[in-house]
Design a protein around this ligand. Structure first.
Ligand code: FAD
Length: 163
């Protein structure tokens, strides 16, 4: 294993959390790398301790519905399960499949809300659910480019996703 000094030049960036070697790599001969990494974990643990629940779910009812719709959509099995899983596992790179399944989940979520009776409150939650889903997917489509995402054959090969 090549062995050389890599002096620390930490570059603190607001919003980024770097620990262990990522923030500050010690010379291997000091044998201090794991001590530093584990100490960083203790520092982070102490910093997070005042927080009640770091990974707490949003109290927003529309997001709760979206979460449950995602889970139940996957539980339907068949294409409703293999489709999203092929996207999550990197087996399907086609953006159109992503958009279709994304909105299918949202529509499925709204459908569940409207059955057995479309109470105004539930219609309102459904509208917020669609709005929330749109707020996630449309900025991505805008950033990637409509042509690149849906008509990749019309753009130079460099911008195309692998098939
Ligand atoms: C030859 C050698 C001997 C050493 N001997 C000692 C010793 O005796 N005692 C000691 O305390 N320390 C020793 N160290 C140092 C110690 O191994 C490191 O300091 C320590 O492992 C750092 O832990 P870490 O979690 O910060 O980084 P790492 O252990 O390097 O973990 C980073 C992980 O992130 C993964 N990763 C990287 N990029 C990506 C990505 N884009 N996406 C997903 N995952 C990614 C990597 O595969 C890796 O698993 C030695 C190091 C070397 C190289």
């Amino acid at each position: 294993m090549p062995n050389r000094s890599m002096p620390a030049a930490p570059y603190p960036t607001p919003g980024a959390l770097l620990m262990g070697d990522a923030f500050n790599m010690r010379h291997p001969l000091t044998g201090g790398g794991m001590t530093v990494a584990l100490s960083d974990i203790v520092v982070l643990r102490n910093l997070l301790r005042p927080l009640k629940d770091v990974f707490c779910a949003s109290p927003d009812k529309a997001r709760q519905e979206m979460r449950e719709a995602c889970f139940d959509y996957l539980s339907l099995g068949g294409v409703f399960s293999s489709g999203p899983v092929s996207l999550l596992s990197g087996l399907n790179p086609r953006p159109l499949s992503l958009v279709l399944h994304f909105f299918a989940v949202a529509v499925y979520g709204v459908g569940r809300l409207l059955v057995p009776f479309p109470w105004p409150k539930r219609i309102w939650i459904g509208a917020r659910l669609i709005l929330g889903a749109s707020g996630i997917i449309f900025p991505i489509i805008k950033a990637e480019g409509v042509r690149q995402m849906f008509f990749p054959a019309t753009v130079p090969a460099y911008y195309r996703a692998p098939r």
